[in-house]
Design a protein. Structure first.
Length: 348
């Protein structure tokens, strides 16, 4: 039972236990009816006050005990736990209560879990950045040592080493630019320019744009939607277009088919507009689908090195969609490749 129901009932009980008996006492004494508990040598008014004082004291003792064990003590325990928040190893704060205190405990657990996940992502990001930068730097260092130690290198070999160093240097610059673009995008999410946009118009605009772009690669885009003209979504259109850009870029980059075909759908379910992009490409192992939206996660490192990409595209998509109040998920497409579906709230 919620506290907003418990407390009014409690105070109503206090009212009944104090006011009603008090009224009965006063009525009895005013009408001079037999007084079973009449104390000797005590005026009528003092006798009424005496019994009311005892009754009031008992009620408030019970009320104080109830409030201590049901409100004060749980809040003190939560306050103590807040001082010992552990982002490296969260401890579940259990409660069987179904009122606001129970909800507060659950929200605390969710907060601590989010802090833990954020801490874990930060560690993972630093490790991934260190790994991605270490590999080309190791190669550069090796070739620089060769150039410094081997004085009898031919002009052709020297030129080849310089070209490899230049290639790896450009790769490092690309990595840094990718990291910079991602962090810049995350900062921009704090200042979204939200506007009401017709879902049907947005869908048609994006579909037409990427139909032309894919045809330049001899790929095909099939698209359809069931949006109505009066169905709007509140979005930052620039950011949502970035999501579609990442999805189509991934389909082309990792589809690994000469006859690649991308399928785009739009529809409404409940209070959300759904957008879906699928392909008939290589796909992703089903066990790795939940990991796709983690920062720096790639299905195959060798495929990453060959096709480019740092594993930040889908992580960026997830951030953008969640900042819009929506959700995004991956699923195995029945066309054989990967499917990505995201939902955005409709304007009411």
């Amino acid at each position: 039972m919620k506290l907003k129901i418990k407390l009014p009932l409690l105070f109503m009980l206090v009212f009944v236990l104090i006011i009603f008996p008090g009224a009965v006492f006063i009525r009895n004494f005013m009408t001079e009816k037999p007084k079973i508990l009449r104390l000797p040598l005590m005026p009528i008014q003092l006798e009424v006050a005496f019994y009311l004082l005892i009754l009031t004291g008992m009620v408030f003792v019970i009320l104080a005990v109830y409030l201590h064990f049901n409100i004060t003590k749980p809040l003190q325990f939560l306050n103590t736990r807040l001082k010992r928040v552990n982002i490296s190893r969260p401890v579940i704060l259990s409660s069987k209560r179904r009122d606001e205190i129970g909800e507060l405990y659950n929200h605390f657990n969710e907060m601590e879990d989010r802090l833990y996940q954020a801490h874990k992502e930060q560690i993972g990001m630093i490790a991934a950045m260190a790994h991605d930068l270490k590999t080309p730097l190791t190669t550069i260092n090796g070739f620089v040592e060769l150039l410094a130690l081997q004085k009898n290198l031919s002009e052709k070999e020297t030129q080849e080493y310089y070209e490899l160093i230049l290639k790896k240097t450009k790769h490092i610059a690309e990595l840094i630019n990718t990291f910079s673009s991602y962090t810049k995008g995350e900062v921009e999410l704090d200042a979204l320019d939200m506007k009401s946009v017709p879902a049907q118009k947005l869908f048609a605009s994006i579909a037409t744009e990427y139909e032309t772009e894919l045809s330049g690669f001899d790929f095909e885009l099939a698209w359809e939607n069931s949006f109505k003209a009066n169905q709007h979504i509140m979005i930052d259109e620039h950011m949502i277009r970035r999501v579609f850009g990442n999805l189509f870029s991934n389909a082309v980059r990792y589809g690994e088919r000469k006859d690649l075909k991308v399928y785009m759908q739009g529809y409404v379910r409940g209070e959300y507009a759904f957008f879906q992009v699928e392909d008939n490409g290589a796909g992703v192992p089903e066990k790795e689908l939940p990991l796709l939206f983690q920062k720096f996660f790639t299905v195959d490192k060798s495929r990453q090195n060959q096709n480019g990409g740092m594993g930040l595209g889908l992580a960026s998509c997830k951030s953008i969609i969640e900042h819009h109040g929506g959700e995004i998920s991956a699923f195995p497409s029945h066309y054989g490749g990967l499917g990505i579906r995201f939902a955005l709230p409709l304007v009411k």
